[in-house]
Design a protein around this ligand. Structure first.
Ligand code: SAM
Length: 303
């Protein structure tokens, strides 16, 4: 179904299902030999969502051998891609904490369990923002399995197209304190002007010493919806009902690195292949290339 300006979802539908998809990637990456990441909460969260495709994926019950674009190399590249992405943002928070930042905001937190699994310095407050049904599901599921946050976790259930800064402040956010912001796996689901507005608002709420991390997906500019639909069609036959072409906002938008720089941030970015090399994972072959292009992982600081 096409996106609308006020659409909503849970973790089994629409954009929410993409949070379950990436958490499934983290679950598999966590249990691979020589794992780069350790997210013990990803698997129970994915199982609790109950989407059959991802449950079977975790159980090793999916036979994708007949799917043309699901070669073992491509699947491994996808899992490694989740591992390097997760590790990049884990390290980002660890580095920010090492500089003394004690306030973090995870935008579009989905099934991100960093508030439960990173070694936050004492006194750190981690805010999570996502749609209310997403926040409630994760909080409830993790409480049910006895998980406890490793920082003071404060949740803000609101749509990022609404007045989230007011909701964040109401939850106790202190704009005078430096903040480590994260927008992981979010931008392609926002219309171009909403992406700009997001970084305008983040900047307005950021004291000196703040940091922000996100990613830039060059392929969103000329995203070929028809090709994406064709690529995902065989997976639909296996029960994966996520039509990325209907969920993303394709077309021209600001290059997030340039936009952040224009707002006064000191920006750096590392392309996916360099990140694979940094973390000693086999760099994906041309056949494994994603329709979103070679993602650039971005971090920036404000002085
Ligand atoms: C691909 S998932 C990424 C989740 C998480 N950041 C991660 O990497 O595991 C996309 C997330 O963006 C959230 N999201 C997208 N648009 C949003 C909006 N307008 N308001 C609130 N959350 C939004 C979805 O609910 C979902 O959790």
């Amino acid at each position: 179904m096409a996106r609308t300006g006020d659409d909503s979802w849970d973790l089994a539908s629409s954009v929410g299902a993409t949070a379950t998809m990436v958490a499934a990637g983290r679950a598999i990456a966590s249990r691979s030999p020589d794992p780069l990441i350790d997210d013990p909460f990803a698997a129970p969260l994915v199982r609790a969502v109950g989407l059959d495709f991802f449950t079977r994926m975790l159980d090793g019950d999916l036979d994708l051998s007949q799917v043309p674009d699901a070669s073992p190399e491509r699947l491994q590249a996808m899992i490694d891609g989740m591992a390097v992405r997760t590790k990049f943002f884990d390290d980002y928070f660890t580095d920010a904490a090492a500089t003394g930042v004690r306030q973090a905001v995870i935008l579009a937190s989905g099934l991100d369990a960093r508030a439960y699994r990173l070694a936050w310095p004492s006194g750190t407050v981690v805010y999570e923002i996502d749609q209310p049904a997403v926040i409630e599901f994760k909080s409830g599921t993790l409480a049910d399995i006895g998980a406890t946050p490793t920082a003071e976790r404060r949740t803000v259930g609101i749509d990022l197209r609404e007045d989230w800064p007011a909701a964040l402040r109401a939850a106790g956010f202190d704009p005078a304190a430096p903040t480590a912001w994260l927008a992981e796996g979010l931008l392609i689901y926002l219309p171009p002007e909403a992406q700009d507005r997001l970084f305008d608002l983040i900047t307005a709420l950021s004291a000196a010493g703040s940091t922000v991390a996100t990613e830039y997906a060059p392929g969103i500019m000329d995203f070929n919806a028809e090709q994406a639909r064709e690529l995902s069609a065989p997976l639909r036959e296996h029960g994966l009902d996520i039509d990325m072409s209907a969920l993303v906002y394709a077309g021209r938008r600001s290059h997030v690195m340039d936009y952040l720089a224009s707002l006064g941030w000191q920006v750096s970015g590392i392309p996916r292949d360099d990140l694979f090399a940094r973390f000693r994972r086999p760099v994906p072959t041309a056949e494994s290339v994603d329709p979103l292009g070679e993602i650039v992982y971005v971090s920036a600081t404000l002085s």
